[in-house]
Design a protein around this ligand. Structure first.
Ligand SMILES: Cc1ncc(C[n+]2csc(CCOP(=O)(O)OP(=O)(O)O)c2C)c(N)n1
Ligand SMILES: [Mg+2]
Length: 323
């Protein structure tokens, strides 16, 4: 990546941070139906990952915590916000909500509230890309908790045996809800598990910009060129609660949670960029995020008829009146 590319990554990652903070404020004001799971701490990793991808021939699937991934793939921020807020004009007209974001035209196939459920879906996208010969790859982004699901292991096996171009991505934040990975995960590292299935696998620090660039570029290129699956485990801090507003009584207030965006800014300044330049980019990102969420808040709720229109769009067979 060029120095300019990296500055754009900085601004994009800060845009996602600011977007999540605006969503948090909207939730506090009672504008968001249900709970929201924010990606605070994973913005840099997700921006760097998606910068390597080429949607829509590449398709990403994500978990319940996927606002940032959809944005990093280029989904329209106002439409993402409107979906989270349950407003008309959202990615799915506000019917899916925060855990069900769809922007396949941008390469974001779907997020999924069923922990691990997004992983077999990515294998399907990889099989489709392979069959059609598009040169695309699929990327399944999951948490450390999801990485213990049976469907994930089945998908890894299938991906190796069918030789599917899929990159499995584990965002390891050390927690599944309030349960520590030290308790919930058997003592084998995700990398060792992946290698046992025959996957190429690497681990990366989600706040180390040089490591991210090197590792993600290499793995994405490898999956694309060989058409074979691989896995990357990224350590990312979860800077907030499991969901916004959670009390986090199970974590110590003294626990160190270094912010990857601060580490990246220190790195940029060490490379000779000015602190003022970084500040300007952060201010611009914040203004744009605020504008997108404010415009979404002003949208109406979907009309009841939307349900029928949307269901026929998803099911052309029923739209034609067949069984
Ligand atoms: C199949 C299933 N089991 C349990 C849940 C409840 N649940 C929602 S998020 C979550 C924790 C997931 O942890 P992880 O995969 O590490 O993702 P993180 O929240 O840390 O990003 C759980 C257990 C669910 N949504 N689906
Ligand atoms: Mg986790």
């Amino acid at each position: 990546m060029t120095p300019d590319d990296l500055k754009q990554v900085f601004e994009r990652a800060h845009f996602i941070r600011a977007f999540e903070q605006e969503i948090a404020a909207a939730a506090d004001a009672g504008e968001v139906p249900g709970l929201v799971h924010l990606c605070l701490g994973a913005e840099l990793f997700e921006t760097m990952l998606c910068a390597q991808l080429d949607g829509p021939r590449d398709q990403v699937t994500g978990s319940h915590r996927s606002h940032g991934l959809a944005l990093a793939m280029g989904a329209d921020a106002e439409q993402v916000a409107a979906e989270i807020l349950g407003r008309a004009g959202g990615l799915s007209e506000g019917l899916g909500g925060t855990q069900h974001l769809l922007a396949p035209e941008r390469g974001f196939l779907t997020s999924n509230g069923i922990v691990g459920g997004q992983v077999p879906l990515a294998a399907g996208a990889a099989l489709s890309a392979k069959t059609l010969g598009t040169g695309g790859i699929a990327v399944a982004v999951m948490g450390d908790g999801a990485s213990n699901q049976g469907a994930v292991f089945e998908t890894m096996n299938l991906a190796v045996s069918l030789k599917l171009p899929v990159l499995f991505v584990i965002e390891n934040n050390g927690f599944g809800q309030s349960t520590s990975a030290l308790y919930a995960t058997g003592g084998i590292s995700p990398i060792a598990r992946a290698r046992a299935f025959g996957l190429a696998a690497s681990t990366v620090d989600g706040g180390d910009i040089s490591g991210l660039e090197r590792t993600l570029e290499r793995l994405v290129a490898w999956v694309r060129e060989t058409g074979s699956p691989a896995l990357v485990e990224a350590s990312v801090p979860r800077l907030g609660g499991h969901y916004h507003g959670e009390a986090e009584t199970y974590r110590s207030a003294n626990e160190a949670r270094p912010d990857p965006l601060d580490r990246f800014e220190d790195w940029l300044i060490r490379q000779g960029n000015s602190a003022e330049g970084c500040h300007r980019r952060k201010v611009r990102a914040r203004e744009q995020a605020r504008g997108a969420v404010e415009r979404a808040i002003a949208l109406p709720e979907p009309a009841p008829e939307t349900l029928e229109v949307w269901s026929t769009r998803l099911s052309p067979v029923r739209a034609g009146g067949a069984a």
